[in-house]
Ligand binder design. Sequence first.
Ligand code: KDO
Length: 329
Amino acid sequence: ITRRTALIAAASAFMAGAMPAFAADQIKLRISTPAIESDWHAKMLPVFKDELEKLAPGQFDVEIHLNATLFKQGTEPAAMQRGNLDMAMISAQDIAKQIPEWSVFTAGYLIRDPEHQKKVFRGEIGKEFYRLVEEQMGIKILDVGYLGTRQLNLRGDKKIGTPDDLKGVKLRMPGSDAWQFLGSALGASPVSIAFGEIYTALQTGVVDGQDNPLPTDKAAKFYEVTKQIVLTNHLVDAIFLSISKKSWDKLSDDQKAKVTEAAQKAIAYNDENRIRDEAELVEFFKGEGLSVYEPNREAFRERVQKAYQDSEFAKSWPEGIVDKINAVK
Ligand code: KDO
């Protein structure tokens, strides 16, 4: 090694340390989601980006794509698996398409509340189920986020007290077997429509109603085209902030730790805002002229739980998993 090359090496090492990384050296993380700008799980993405920038200045280029403009709702896992997408917020229903065991988390009236959800997924059960996703799908789940508790939201005036009252009601549900099953289990006739088309479907009467957590009903302005909200509490819903293993494995251990930390901060922001909103939004919807009421929740719970117990899905659930989930306190 000559003195000249040693000097050049020393100078470039100094530059690399002192200068922010050039755009070309930055690690691009493209995130795709159907979430709309005004909803909390969309708003948490700039939080992720900013936190990561603080932790690892200049190292990452986080690119956020909302409204399913980059990939259609539900196609994000496949895009990550093909190496076309780095990150997404995927649902248990998306995962269950590839890993049948995961359908347990698509069952209504199983997870009790946001706290139970956190404990289940951040504990031993989550560890085991995340491992399946990593091994079988090549996707690394960074953290679980609370999407909210799903409630019925209908166009008509007819009051819904029990599952029998939903007979023949065309209920929009997201497009996959697991979601459609939940719609039937509630007693309705499920119709599969992408999230971005719900508003028009409600407005034009293509469907009689839809189900989503209250913060999403507000963000998407579904109250403009519906008359009632039935507080069924039928699914304490989760979204999993995830990264493709292809992108993850390129990171150094230090970068992995920072991506995880930024993800947890973003999720905390989402969860806090959603939980607060859920406590306050009934008044908001009433103010918008909707009737908001409690149905016979026990009748819904019984029907839905029985439907899942007797279903094909249940055959793929690990032995004793429902009891284990119930036992998490
Ligand atoms: C929906 O389509 O109703 C749903 O709430 C399903 C979720 O899994 C998730 O995809 C969500 O939409 C989108 O993020 C839009 O909020």
